[in-house]
Ligand binder design. Structure first.
Ligand SMILES: [Zn+2]
Length: 116
């Protein structure tokens, strides 16, 4: 992979990372609002707030998972191992990185992992 390609992937990953961080910050702001609603002693409001908290937690988990995957990809760029499969060290297919620059495995290793 040449420097220009790597710079392009780094730009996409950095933008992805800031989207995840924005989403996480937004959810944490919303979570604060839920906590305030809980102080109301209406039973229904409390149950709604609890359901919303579970939903918020699931979403937070999803965003954090993606954030970690993107951060790991950026770390691989810094380490000079970006674009290599984390399993077999083969050079990853360009179209695979184009569809997700945070991709970890080559097609073959990914298929093996998904196999039952
Ligand atoms: Zn592989």
């Amino acid at each position: 992979m040449n420097d220009a390609e790597q710079t392009l992937y780094r730009t996409r990953l950095t933008a992805d990372l800031s989207r995840q961080l924005d989403s996480i910050a937004g959810l944490l702001g919303a979570a604060g609002k839920v906590a305030a609603d809980v102080s109301s002693d209406m039973r229904q409001a409390r149950m709604d707030a609890m359901a919303q908290q579970v939903n918020t937690r699931d979403q937070l988990e999803k965003f954090n998972l993606r954030r970690r995957k993107v951060e790991a990809a950026l770390a691989r760029i810094d380490a000079g191992s970006y674009g290599l499969c984390c399993e077999c060290r083969a050079t990853m297919e360009g179209e695979r990185l184009d569809s997700d620059p945070a991709e970890v495995f080559c097609q073959e290793c990914a298929d093996e992992r998904e196999a039952p």
